[in-house]
Design a protein around this ligand. Structure first.
Ligand code: TXA
Ligand code: MG
Length: 332
């Protein structure tokens, strides 16, 4: 079992049968790997919370094969949600909508709303379609990592988190590399609860309107906890100008630390220890997002003591990457 080829129809069939029986299956999506259970079975969904060590008040995203499958779970979406679905589904955008009473209560953490997403990755899509044919209307799936840890972007990352017993549908390295954008469409105005790989300009264009930011009263987004997505080593997020002094300070003290650096360039003028790990940060946000979580996991695997990361540029295309880095850097 363990890691299997998610492009193999027989593997998908077995995975869909497992889901139908209420078991967990991990699978590739275009954002990060998800840990799935059938969304209409509260006992199955409870297994996700148990496996992740996730507090029950952090609701899950329900994945659906298409917009029509969404209607089993939520009341008729309004105009804003419909525009986003039409323009951006399938794709890395989750929509928070008003839940049909009695549907997916455990996945929603009993909130009156439910987050829905229609993924574009072929492995996720064939799993959703096969499972639907077996009577599974949707798959509740958080990122396939233990609570608070770095989200997985490769099948081996999932295995590192949950061990060899879990069936993991391999779909290669996730293209986006960070989780979906979450747009709350349950109120009068659309609000962005979590930035993702889709730029704000694309969300605005799809909506034909501006998009608000989360209200203090918006439901908790676990990724919005100050500390999240954190590698084992303390992560320092510093400007390009501060990078040299930060690395120098950490490596040149009486007890020099083993460093990981994720930046556009190794800081000039700073000696690079033989055991230092340097991963170049791509200079465009798409490629940087694709590499981000994988890089943090590589630093962990190398056993670095501290990680220095260069703050991304200030423009909106970097919002998703900047958001994940700020949470990874927050004190624990
Ligand atoms: O890209 C993704 O969205 C990935 C893949 C697997 O699809 N999933 C993912 O799930 O990132 P998770 O559980 O790691 O993050 C889901 C986020 C949580 O922060 C949760 O609080 C928020 O969605 N969420 C879920 N339901 C919500 C709701 N009704 N209102 C507000 N936020 C909600
Ligand atoms: Mg997560």
């Amino acid at each position: 079992m363990a890691i299997e080829d998610g492009r193999d129809a027989q593997v998908i069939e077995r995975a869909a049968q497992r889901l139908a029986r209420g078991e967990l299956v991990a699978f590739a999506t275009e954002t990060v790997y998800g840990l799935g259970a059938r969304a209409d079975d509260d006992a199955a969904v409870a297994r996700i919370f148990a496996a992740k060590g996730r507090p029950p008040e952090h609701p899950l995203i329900v994945h659906v094969a298409d917009a029509s499958a969404a209607l089993q779970f939520v009341v008729q979406p309004g105009a804003a949600a419909q525009r986003l679905m039409q323009a951006l589904w399938p794709g890395p955008v989750s929509l928070v909508l008003l839940r049909q009473p009695g549907q997916a209560a455990a996945a929603a953490g009993d909130l009156p709303t439910l987050a829905l997403r229609c993924p574009s990755h072929p492995v996720a899509r064939s799993l959703l379609q096969r499972a639907r044919a077996l009577g599974v209307p949707g798959i509740a799936a958080p990122s396939a990592n233990r609570f608070g840890r770095v989200s997985p972007t490769r099948a081996v990352h999932v295995q590192e988190e949950f061990g060899p017993e879990l069936l993991i549908l391999d779909g290669g390295a996730c293209e986006a590399g960070i989780e979906s954008a979450i747009v709350d469409c349950s109120g009068t105005a659309a609000r962005l609860l979590r930035p993702g790989s889709v730029p704000l300009s694309e969300l605005r264009a799809a909506l034909g309107a501006d998009i608000g930011s989360a209200l203090p009263s918006s439901p908790q987004v676990s990724g919005s906890l100050a500390s999240h997505y954190a590698p084992a080593a303390q992560l320092h997020l510093v400007t390009r100008e501060q990078l040299a002094s930060c690395v120098a300070q950490l490596t040149q003290g009486p007890r020099p630390l083993k460093m990981g650096v994720f930046a556009r360039a190794w800081p000039p003028g700073v000696a690079r220890a033989a055991d230092a790990a340097f991963i170049p940060m791509p200079d465009n946000a798409r490629d940087a997002a694709h590499l981000l979580f994988d890089s943090l996991r590589r630093f962990d695997a190398l056993g670095v003591d501290a990680v220095c990361v260069e703050t991304p540029p200030d423009d909106a295309t970097w919002d998703g990457v900047r958001d994940r880095l700020q949470r990874a850097a927050a004190p624990r």
